[in-house]
Design a protein. Structure first.
Length: 376
């Protein structure tokens, strides 16, 4: 065997994997990942060990990095999410979950005796992070559409009003894409004269495009959020999972710790950090621009509306939350769920009309679901 080349068997395995990935990517409507990207121009960067370890805003002795791009990406989102001028900070994470972990971490450092409130529709990773951080929490009931039950939230906070309040607001739940209203949550806190509180917005999918729609949902810093986390591989699209977290700089300063070895400040969660993902996000933002991103959001909303209508036309009880790209309906047969990779929970499935989804795919799915109905 020649050195540094794959054996024929390994070569075959690799080819098979590529074939499988290509096939599976084509029929894919159940998970919120965009596929309309072309990063060919960035391929040369894969030959370098890029690493943004430490704080993106503090230079490091490790210079094979994309900090410049990362800073631009954070600034873009700080502006989009209406952060207070000169009081924002953030970094490119490994995904929405890490951003949520970071928001909770900051909240705990600010309010070590705080109580975390989140609805029962909250993403599964949040419970794990609350556990990791050893925080106390109470799960609030959700309304039928997946949005937090504000009355239950108010009643529960009232019973624990001696404790600081930490809220994990869902800006688009995983199953039904319901958005908790941060201004309503603020009103509740105001009504009860709660002074010590922290609101984190989990905007994984919906928070990524909520700034592009009207009426603008109440989800960002101007609405009362103290930190916002989004995923980069969902609405924006990326070959590797990634995300962005934006927080108030004044809060981040409380946990900053200088580390001599990296010549930077250790303000992030992991040690080494992906140096490629900030570059991929930067490329996407530059290529689309605000107008392009708005168009992608509008396209998704239009397709979701189309899908809801088409499903209803064949007698399926499809529905979606206002201004969202997730269409919910009773779970179809397992063959259809498997083919289109549809997640399902409590006998409900959904399709997520990401920017790459076109009418043709909806028509195909509707056709198959119609045939399925006849069979039953
Ligand atoms: C996807 C999702 C997450 C997790 O984000 P990752 O980027 O997969 O880590 C968190 N919250 C919600 C509501 C999500 O939909």
């Amino acid at each position: 065997m020649q050195e540094n080349t794959l054996s024929p068997e390994d070569q075959y395995t690799l080819t098979e994997l590529l074939y499988k990935i290509q096939l599976k990517t084509n029929n894919f409507m159940g998970y919120p990942v965009s596929k309309d990207f072309d990063f060919t121009e960035l391929i040369p960067f894969l030959n370098y060990p890029m690493n943004n370890l430490g704080d993106p805003f503090v230079d490091s002795t490790y210079g094979v990095d994309s900090r410049e791009m990362e800073k631009e990406v954070i600034e873009f989102f700080a502006t989009l999410f209406r952060a207070e001028k000169d009081n924002w900070w953030g970094y490119v994470t490994n995904g929405g979950s890490e951003g949520n972990l970071y928001g909770l971490y900051l909240a705990r450092e600010l309010h070590p005796k705080g109580m975390v409130y989140c609805s029962e529709s909250t993403h599964y990773s949040v419970q794990k992070n609350i556990h990791l951080l050893n925080m106390t929490n109470i799960v609030i009931s959700a309304q039928e559409n997946g949005e937090i039950n504000y009355q239950d939230l108010e009643d529960t906070i009232r019973m624990n009003r001696h404790m600081p309040v930490i809220i994990m607001a869902n800006i688009g739940t995983t199953m039904t894409e319901a958005r908790d209203d941060i201004s309503k949550i603020k009103d509740i806190l105001k009504k009860m004269a709660i002074k010590n509180y922290y609101i984190h917005a989990d905007g994984a999918l919906s928070g990524s495009y909520s700034a592009f729609i009207e009426p603008r949902p109440a989800f960002d810093f101007a609405d009362g959020a103290d930190s916002i986390a989004i995923s980069g591989h969902k609405f924006f699209g990326s070959p590797m999972p990634c995300g962005v977290v934006v927080v108030k700089k004044s809060n981040r300063d409380r946990i900053a710790r200088s580390v001599a070895y990296i010549g930077s400040v250790d303000t992030t969660i992991t040690g080494s950090r992906n140096g490629h993902s900030p570059l991929f996000l930067w490329y996407t933002l530059k290529k689309h621009g605000i107008d392009g991103l708005k168009k992608r959001a509008q396209h998704s909303l239009a397709i979701a509306q189309y899908a809801e209508r088409k499903l209803k036309e064949i007698g399926i009880a499809a529905w979606r939350n206002p201004n969202t790209i997730t269409v919910n309906f009773p779970a179809p047969s397992s063959a259809i769920r498997k083919k289109w990779q549809l997640a399902s929970e409590n006998a409900i499935s959904h399709i997520i009309c990401m920017p790459n989804v076109q009418k043709e795919q909806i028509d195909q799915l509707v056709l198959e679901m119609k045939a399925d109905l006849v069979e039953v």
